[in-house]
Design a protein around this ligand. Structure first.
Ligand SMILES: [Zn+2]
Length: 288
């Protein structure tokens, strides 16, 4: 069985409200997935204060309560203590220990793991992927459509001297599904939802959601057709309450379709449950 996991940063479940852009007129495919293939997950992890990216992502990708371990929610990029927590055991190390092949589909604009190690600030996902460097995707992979850019369409590359083609969200979805067929587990990370959530701009949030919706609206049916188990979750809320420029206390979605989806949805109540559930799903549906 193949598992595809979409990580959408800063995407919570809020009640319908004037400043909540997650609505059918803006993102119909996402709303349909939320209505029919989704359970809410706690992102607060029993720790007071607003949930933050570093501990939220560490909980999501390590399957352990990183906020409780740190005694607080840690924002942005992990420091030495949280980095060690992530490096000790994460989805990529656990898959490797099980003899499974994984891929982090976001292309870095770099040519080697050493270039990434030299960077001062590294996200949880980069830190985790660097523990199994063969999972990483680089510039050459992007040019061969063997990876995606984090913005889905590559439009943000124009300001960085890239003169290659842009892609449609549907083409990017096709690239990701083709890539996922070659690995046991493939991760794609999308973080513009969190960035735009901090901007407070409702129009900018709608633009980001429209691109994401076109991508996911193509991705989920195609992945299902190919027999790929596909899941989506987040680290904390943000974009669902645009008037508030900070993160929120809202639960985040766990969307799952394909083989083992029911087991994934019924066995997770917090973001720390997702990675263990995915590993069980891979073990139990190995012949599907
Ligand atoms: Zn944020």
């Amino acid at each position: 069985m193949k598992q595809l996991f979409i990580f959408v940063d800063g995407f919570g479940l809020g009640a319908p409200a004037a400043d909540n852009p997650i609505r059918p007129e803006v993102c119909p495919a996402i709303c349909e997935l939320l209505a029919s293939h989704c359970v809410p997950l706690d992102a607060c992890l029993g720790v007071p204060g607003l949930p933050q990216s570093a501990t939220g992502q560490a909980a999501l990708f390590c399957g352990r309560n990183a906020a409780a371990f740190m005694g607080r929610h840690v924002t942005g990029f992990p420091g030495p203590t949280l980095r060690a927590f992530v490096e000790e055991s994460n989805i990529f190390t656990m898959l490797k220990a099980d003899g499974r092949r994984a891929r982090f589909a976001d292309a870095y604009l770099a040519d080697s793991p050493d270039e990434l190690r030299a960077r001062r600030f590294r996200s949880v996902t980069t830190t985790a992927a660097l523990t199994v460097p063969e999972t990483l995707s680089f510039r050459a992979d992007l040019l061969h459509n063997q990876a995606l850019l984090h913005d889905i369409t590559r439009e943000s590359l124009a300001s960085k001297g890239y003169d290659g083609p842009t892609v449609t969200p549907q083409e990017a979805a096709d690239h990701l599904v083709q890539l996922a067929l070659g690995y046991d587990y493939t991760l794609f990370e999308y973080f513009l939802t969190d960035q735009v959530g901090h901007s407070g701009s409702y129009e900018a949030a709608c633009a980001v959601l429209r691109t994401l919706d076109a991508f996911l609206g193509a991705l989920f049916p195609l992945a299902t057709e190919m027999g790929i188990s596909t899941a989506l979750s987040s680290d904390h809320g943000n974009i669902e309450a645009i008037a508030m420029k900070t993160h929120t206390l809202n639960p985040v979605p766990l969307i799952a379709t394909g083989p083992g989806a029911d087991a994934l949805l019924s066995s997770c109540t917090s973001i720390a449950d997702v990675t263990p559930a995915i590993l069980r799903n891979l073990a139990e549906n190995v012949k599907v």
